[in-house]
Write a protein that binds this ligand. Structure first.
Ligand SMILES: [Fe+2]
Length: 320
């Protein structure tokens, strides 16, 4: 196995001479060590099946989901890819929302440990995935900013981010990701396996308790802008069919890049859940959940007015 750091970047490595569908424990340990060190790993030309994606993902922990199409094309019963999904659907509104920087599942009780995408079919232009190194971003902060954010937390909700980024207000449903809860997480995350601190922010974060709304929004915006202001902390992956990309959701942000939505873009997504010791905020049944629920409801009420000029115009997503 060859592990080659990405040139000119603070993070990332390309792993070659390895077959992820035929990996012994020694090989996996080597990959796990590199993953913790580099933050993301690219494995070109793997062409993993659904089962391979699931099996490799499970080596990192419990799955939130495995080999789920992150796609603008419907998958047919026989596994082939059928009709394109229209832009004016909840699925595509959600996909387009993910063109803003985020880390996965911070809007769930347990945020994600790591995630994988495997490319099946990709457009010639656009549709890249970008990653950003939040360890390097934290390390580059001045001491005054570090002191300021040391004790601060923000709520996380994807009802907030959909509304704020794209003017999308999906119907609230406790069984969906639009469940009405918001989870409080520190702005600085200590990585449970490496001990390294990183900025834990992104599109789902809002309403820092103790700060006025404008101040909270301003701080979250300026931290994100600073974090992605240095090219050395950003990696843009131009997909080739067969690629598998694995990243650490505990210390990186990522986003999809826009593309022509009438062209197929099919990636298989696998997401590994965090550990209760380090990624659990609380459960909806816990008393502290009420503050998040209240903060989200108040924020959404404001955004229904503020977000009417955004992409989907504060739609209630009634159509689908
Ligand atoms: Fe994501």
């Amino acid at each position: 196995m060859q592990i080659t750091p990405v040139e000119g970047k603070t993070f990332g490595a390309v792993v070659t001479d390895v077959k992820l569908d035929d990996l012994d424990d020694t090989g996996f340990r080597e990959i796990k060590t590199a993953f913790l060190q580099y933050g993301f790993l690219l494995f070109p030309a793997q062409f993993l099946s659904d089962e391979d994606n699931v099996a490799f993902g499970k080596r990192f922990g419990e799955l939130e989901f495995g080999a789920l199409p992150m796609s603008n094309q419907r998958r047919l019963e026989d596994g082939s890819w059928g009709e394109m999904i229209e832009v004016d659907t909840q699925r595509m509104r959600t996909n387009i929302g993910n063109e803003a920087w985020h880390t996965d599942s911070t809007y769930r009780p347990l945020s994600s440990k790591c995630a994988m995408l495997s490319a099946v079919n990709v457009p010639d232009e656009g549709g890249e995935t970008e990653l950003a190194d939040m360890r390097a971003a934290y390390a580059a902060l001045d001491q005054a900013t570090r002191d300021r954010i040391a004790g601060l937390s923000a709520f996380h909700s994807t009802q907030y981010s959909q509304a704020n980024d794209v003017g999308d207000f999906p119907p609230q449903d406790e069984k969906s990701i639009y469940h009405g809860e918001a989870y409080l997480r520190p702005l600085v995350k200590v990585h449970p396996e490496t001990g390294v601190k990183s900025l834990f922010i992104g599109r789902h974060a809002f309403c820092i308790p103790g700060l006025a709304r404008a101040e909270s929004r301003g701080l979250l915006k300026s931290l994100l802008e600073f974090a992605v202001s240095d090219e050395a902390r950003i990696y843009r992956h131009r997909w080739q069919a067969g690629d598998t990309l694995l990243w650490d959701n505990r210390c990186l942000l990522h986003r999809a890049m826009p593309y022509d939505y009438s062209r197929p873009r099919v990636l298989l997504g696998t997401r590994i859940a965090g550990e209760p010791e380090s990624e659990l905020a609380y459960y909806p049944s816990d008393p502290e959940a009420q503050a998040g629920r209240d903060a989200l409801a108040a924020e959404l009420e404001i955004l229904r007015e503020e977000a009417t000029d955004r992409m989907f115009g504060a739609t209630t997503a009634a159509r689908r």
